[in-house]
Ligand binder design. Sequence first.
Ligand code: CU
Length: 667
Amino acid sequence: MFVQPVDYALAIWFVLAGLSTAYVAWDQFRNNPEPVVMKWGFILVTLYMGPLGLLIYVLADKEPRPGEHEAFTKPLWKQGVGSTIHCVAGDATGIILAAAITAALGLPMWIDLIVEYIAGFAFGLFIFQSLFMKSMMGGTYWENVTKSFMPEFISMNFMMAGMAPVMSFLMMGSDMRAMEPTELLFWGVMSFGVIVGFIVAYPANVWMVARGLKHGLMTEREPEFDKAEKGRREHVYGGAGAGMAGHRHAHARLDEHANPGHGGPGGNPGAGHHGSGHGSSHGDGGGGSRGSHGGEGMEPDATVPQLAAFGGVSVLALALGMIAPANWVNLTLSARDVGGAIMPPGMIMDRDTPAAAMLDMAAVHPRLITASHGLEVRGDRELEARMENGVKVFDLETSVIRWAILPDVKVDAYAINGQVPGPRLHIRQGDRVRINVTNRLPESTTIHWHGLILPNEMDGPAEITQEPIPPGGSYRYEFTAGQSGTYFYHSHDHVDRQQALGLYGALIIDPANPQDEIAADHDYVIQLQEWLMREGLTFPSMPMDGGQPNYFTINGRAYPSTDTIRMKVGETLKVRFIGTNNGFIHPMHIHGGPFEVVARDGETIPESARFLADTVNVGPGQRYDVVWQARRPGKWLIHCHIGHHTTNNNVEEKGGGGLMVVIDVQP
Ligand SMILES: [Cu+2]
């Protein structure tokens, strides 16, 4: 749940929302004189809108000083707020409940939106408006439904016109956890959607309140409180016409006199005529008695053309909000399809991007990590074979680990035997080998033995020669190695994802006749890889917008954490470049003079055809064995000749980064 910076921000937001809601609830039931339905309206809206709900409550509805609610809430903008609150409290509750249910059921987004609209409208109209407001409005339940229909319809349309695009864009954006009700992000999107919906629905509500089509804010006082408070004030000042300053003064005075906490019902009943004074101070229909809360006295004066025009525009806005996002995002996806995938920032997720693509490009989920290693653990460690009846047996196990590529940079990787690259399998030509592969990844996998001649069912391509190895499953590969040279193995199931996350390793086969080995004083294997790390998450890098790598490793380390090769002047070094990189080509270059290319793709080049070069393009899958001689003492580099590939997150440190290894030649 806490894997992105936004998760922490949301946690703070929801704590603030909780505190805001608690305060509004306390103040509503303790101090604020309004109908219970409005109290609940503000409480729900503050729950959805957090501190913003609290702000609206304090500015528009909270009684500033006892007895002032009627006058305080009178301005039209506040009445509009009250009307929008009914709408948001009812409709948004329906929408949020529907969204949680449709997401849990795994329905596609476009169905979600329709169900949410219907649920929001139904909840707002049949439950919140008609049922809860019934006591306010008088009349039967169905009279209320009929009367509320058009205002609710207009308000709901605008509300959803604001909420739908927010949900579509943020849920179908790059962090698919927003579709999972178990994630804070889902609730964050809902909160933000309600805020936008509130803003979009507000102008229509102001108009409808002004035209008497909807209720705004109302005041409802406990009769005793009303009398006592009012009477005392009239007693002190002899009239209802006292201004703001007067009120404040009155309460200060009262507090001094033995009655703290603004008059419970304990005060002296005032003069008998206070009721009329109260009523007259609230203008149209406001007053102490139940019937005049703006309910019965409400006479709509909107004309039919006005209503039709407003209704029509609201339908257009709704259609735009519901349909327009389909131009950009794929609304056919469901929460279940994308399983909380997090896409790299900048990756273009357009309406053509299918769920399967998102799953392949998604970040490694930090929750799946089973081990974490620092720089002390190396990759490419030679795996000792176990002999069983003359067969060399190796056990490989895939898993998700956290892997250090630099002292302060760790990637989330798919590893084999807990290392990146996977263990080196070092065998001899003619060996019978058996490799037991157990899959501890959250997805299926296979292993392919790149370049080898072997039985087809041992070759590895998922769905082609074998069923993919499911999570928790295993597969036994067995073959006789008839060739010799530099080879490697790698995942052949969702290769774009798995190999780019680290599922590969070197397979070095010595020739049956040791004389056939091209001798050198030192032998060094170089396995190349690109990584994409953003916001603490690791994504499989891909040659596409948003998928470009920002870290590069040789044998699982970026320079300056790569090895240093130590040798003496006159000695030779055989470098075996292996194209374990699967999305990019690396022109690998050695300083200090040319090398001789002696083998390519495991095949030794006849002596007459060997050639000198100082750079070889190591493409995905290719291998080059080159022999370089140390001619002069000093520090000589092996590096990729694409400048960006010798940086770490675009930064050079100690003269470079990424695909760089130093050869330290002593005299
Ligand atoms: Cu490169």
